[in-house]
Design a protein around this ligand. Structure first.
Ligand code: NAP
Length: 497
């Protein structure tokens, strides 16, 4: 997606060292590291009026993280006060706000700064960052921390425009929306929908869930964290680090099953089936809810209340497929009309478009959108040939299906800092990854993916592009990724002085 730039042609005179775009987890981690470096002139541009990224945007009821809070947090900002094993959206957002203040990061953030284009000038070796309704900024380096899951995807269903009731997407929820007494249609059964369906079902008169592909749902061992535990974490921070490490390794072992031996996932699949059997008595419903692809192929979902919600009398699952929408509801492919006062979309995100949310022009005016027309190609998911001094966080093939993305982000920001240090040590003003390094990384990723559950598990997912190529996930252990990104290998780069 390219935005229609209304940018001013003015440019602020000072050239910054680094511009970071986005103030979610990735942008804040980058800001933390840059601020600790001491002599970096940098700023973080955030399009919204507050920070938090996905944890600011997703305010649907039931929104929570499916990675335990002790692990889903910065290594440098442990929080002994998490109230639950799995933290909810509001608590994670508050954690990010507090962390930004505690570590003095807020002054570096310029809110309501909407980037409309990036352009590299190879003579001056400077990036110009165009902004909506503001003078452009310039920097030697740019870090994209814009995240892959924030352009909502609405399904292209005939008749949707003529629907007379309310429509809401999980990522654009209106906190004032009240389903009390309403007939509600839900489209989608991914990570977001399975969290809001139980909450909406508590108040709605009826809920019809339109499922295209059933997800695998494993139990969610949530619990509150006692005051005693919190005190212990405060007193003995190593104890909290130990808990974090235990969770990390528990999640990390899943990579074995995902990448190397999908049959190892059989036990989890059995747990998921048992999870369903406990709540769903009706064998027909159980059958409709049982996936025909391998667990792990799509993101594994974690819930204790989704199946019980579906078992309630006023909640029904429709698997006939949607034919069209009319003014008063949804008509399925069996011809049955389902009255709806509101339609709730849990239909996910346009992941591919996030890479092209604004034009990015590299050396000689080449465009990232054109270069990535087939698929995004990077080195380590971070640097791109033809785009010197540009770094991407949580970019292509750096996402995860099995562990905390914060771990990956921290590996990447450490890599960026090492790159900046190595440039400085060599007096370099431009850092360019070689095509050869990029090709090698691409080969490594795709060869690992070839036998993985994501490719051979028998499903389609948002991890893949339209051609079925996995553009989202790092296929392997996260500690291996950390080893690869620990130090920038000078042989993979050209330093221009
Ligand atoms: P998603 O996983 O992409 O799920 C979208 C759902 O909508 C799928 O069930 C999909 O069916 C369905 N769908 C899409 N288009 C449709 C259409 N035209 N007709 C009928 N059904 C349609 O999206 P999401 O649930 O928002 O989750 C996206 C990602 O966000 C997750 O995988 C996860 O990484 C992240 N997330 C994380 C958490 C967390 O706890 N940390 C919570 C929420 C989201 P098909 O399966 O058939 O395509």
């Amino acid at each position: 997606m390219t935005s229609n730039s209304s940018s001013s042609t003015d440019v602020e005179p000072n050239v910054l060292d680094v511009i970071v775009i986005g103030a979610g987890f990735a942008g804040l981690d980058m800001a933390y590291r840059l601020s600790r470096d001491g002599n970096r002139r940098f700023t973080v541009l955030e399009q919204a009026a507050s920070l938090g990224g996905t944890w600011r945007d997703n305010v649907y009821p039931g929104c929570a993280c499916d990675v335990p809070a002790q692990l889903y947090s910065f290594s440098w900002a442990p929080n002994p006060d998490w109230s639950r094993y799995y933290a909810g959206q509001a608590e994670i957002r508050a954690y990010l706000e507090r962390t930004a203040d505690d570590f003095g990061l807020r002054p570096f953030i310029r809110f309501s700064h909407v980037v409309t284009a990036l352009a590299y000038d190879q003579h001056s070796r400077i990036w110009t960052v165009s902004l909506r309704d503001r003078p452009a900024l310039q920097a030697r380096h740019v870090v994209l921390a814009t995240g892959p899951l924030n352009i909502p995807a609405y399904p292209n269903i005939p008749g949707l425009d003529g629907f007379k009731g309310r429509t809401l997407h999980s990522a654009q929820w209106d906190p004032a929306y009240d389903p009390t007494g309403q007939h509600v249609a839900v489209i989608g059964t991914g990570a977001s929908a399975i969290q809001f369906v139980p909450e909406v079902a508590k108040r709605a008169a009826s809920v019809t869930v339109f499922q295209r592909t059933p997800p695998w749902v494993v139990p969610r061992p949530d619990r509150s964290i006692s005051d005693g535990e919190k005190r212990a974490y405060r007193r003995w921070p190593w104890l909290q680090r130990l808990v974090r490490a235990r969770i990390y390794w528990e999640f990390e072992t899943r990579a074995l099953g995902f990448v190397h031996a999908p049959r190892l996932l059989a036990f989890m699949q059995w747990r998921a089936k048992r999870n369903m059997a406990k709540a769903i008595r009706d064998p027909k419903l159980r059958q409709a809810l049982t996936p025909d692809y391998k667990l792990g192929c799509k993101r594994i979902l974690v819930s204790d209340d989704y199946y019980p919600a579906l078992a309630r009398d006023h909640v029904s699952l429709n698997t006939a497929g949607i034919d069209h929408i009319d003014g008063n509801g949804v008509v399925d492919q069996a011809g049955q009309h389902h009255r709806a006062d509101s339609i709730l979309f849990g239909t996910g995100f346009k992941v591919q478009e996030t890479f092209n949310r604004f034009p990015i022009l590299g050396e000689g005016g080449r465009s990232l959108e054109a270069d990535w027309q087939d698929y995004p190609k990077t080195h380590l998911g971070i640097t791109v040939a033809g785009y010197p001094n540009l770094f991407i966080l949580f970019g292509p093939n750096a996402g995860l299906g099995h562990n905390s993305i914060i771990y990956m982000i921290e590996s990447q920001t450490a890599f960026v800092m090492d790159a900046l240090r190595q440039m400085q040590a060599r007096g370099a003003t431009a850092l360019k990854v070689t095509e050869a390094a990029q090709d090698r990384f691409d080969h490594l990723v795709q060869s690992r993916l070839a036998g993985s559950v994501w490719q051979v598990g028998g499903c389609q997912s948002w991890y893949q592009n339209e051609e079925g190529r996995n553009i989202a996930l790092w296929p392997g252990f996260t500690f291996r990724y950390r080893q690869l990104t620990k130090k920038l290998n000078p042989a993979d780069y050209v330093f221009e002085t």
